[in-house]
Write a protein that binds this ligand. Sequence first.
Ligand code: ASP
Length: 360
Amino acid sequence: MITGCAGANEPLNETRAEAKAENAAAKSDQKQKNLPNIRMLATGGTIAGADKSKTSTTNYKAGAVGVDALIEAVPELQDIANISGEQIANIGSQNMTNQTLLKLSKRAGELLASDDVDGIVVTHGTDTLEETAYFLNLVIKSDKPLVIVGSMRPSTAIGADGPSNLYNAVKVAGSKEAKGKGALVVMNDRIASARYVTKTNTTTPDTFKSEEMGNLGVIANDIYFFNDIAKKHTKETDFDIAKIARLPQVDIIYGYQSDGRYLFDAAVKAGAKGIIYAGSGNGSISDEAKKGAAAAMKKGLAVVRSSRTKNGVVTPNPELEKAKLLASNSLNPEKARILLMLALTKTNDPQKIQTYFNEY
Ligand code: ASP
C-alpha cells in the first residue's frame, strides 16, 4: 500500500501510477485467492492433437501439444481458476499402459492430499479414457473434484471441441458441487460418472454416453447436477494405490460363434492372472470357452463374464456360479478388466472378488 506524499525527486503522477498498479495487483491477488487451485495432469490424446489441415479430423497426430500450450490456448481459464499443469505423458490413449496409469494415479492422489490443490483435471485421449477414469474412481481416496476430459477434434481443427471441454472441466473441478461425486468425465456439456460412461461412437463429439444410468449433470454456463452414483468410489475405496507397484495381467477374450478354448490357454501361457470373457447377451459362454475357463480357473485364474452388448447387467447364473465363473454386474469388458486387476491385488478368493463386482 502506498501512503504519504511523493518525495522531492518523485514526480506525483509516477507515484499515483505506482499506487494504481499496486492496487490493481492487490485486487487481482485477492481475486486469485478466491479462485480454486486446479492442477492439470496432461497425458496426450486428441485434445493435445495437431494437424497441418484445419479440416482434418481423423489423420492427425495425437499428443502433439504440451500442457502449457493447452492452458495458454484457453486464456479464459485464468478467470475461473489458478491453473497450473504438469505432463504425465503425451501419448494416444491406445498406448496407455498399466505403468503410466499407476504413475498418473499416484500423482493425482498426492496432489489431492495437499491443501494447496482444490481439484484435478486430467486430459486424456478418448479411446481408453473411460478405463483411466474408472481406475481413478476406484483408487483416489479423496472427495475433492477429479475430472477427466478429452476431445474428439484436434486442437487445429475447425470447431475443435477441446477448448470448451477443457473450460468446462476446469469449471467443474473448481466447483463445490463436484465434491464427493467420484471421478467425473466432462465432455460435450455433460458431466458423467466414470462408473457409467462409455465411448459409443468412433468420431463424433457426442460420443460419450451413460446409456442406461444417465449422466450426473450438465453444464449450461452454470453447473447443474441431477444424480449421484450408487456404487462405491474414491473415498470409500478398499484399494490402496500406494501399496501397488505393479498391476496383474488381466486379458479380455471376446466371445463369438465358434470361439475356442485355445484363447484361454494362450492367456494362461502368457501369464494372465485373470480373464474377462466378453460373452454374448447376458454373459453367455459357449461350451468350448467354458472348457477354457475351467482350465484357467484350475490354474488359479479368476474368470469374469461380462457382455459384448455393452449394456445391462450380467446377472448371476447358479450353474456358472457353482463353477466359480463370476459376473461383471453392469461393467463393460474394459472396465471389468480394470476392477479385476485391482481386486487381484487384494485377494484370489472368487467370492470376495464377486463382492467387489457387486459393490463397485
Ligand atoms: N486415439 C486418440 C486417443 O485416444 C483419440 C482421441 O483422443 O480422441 O488418444
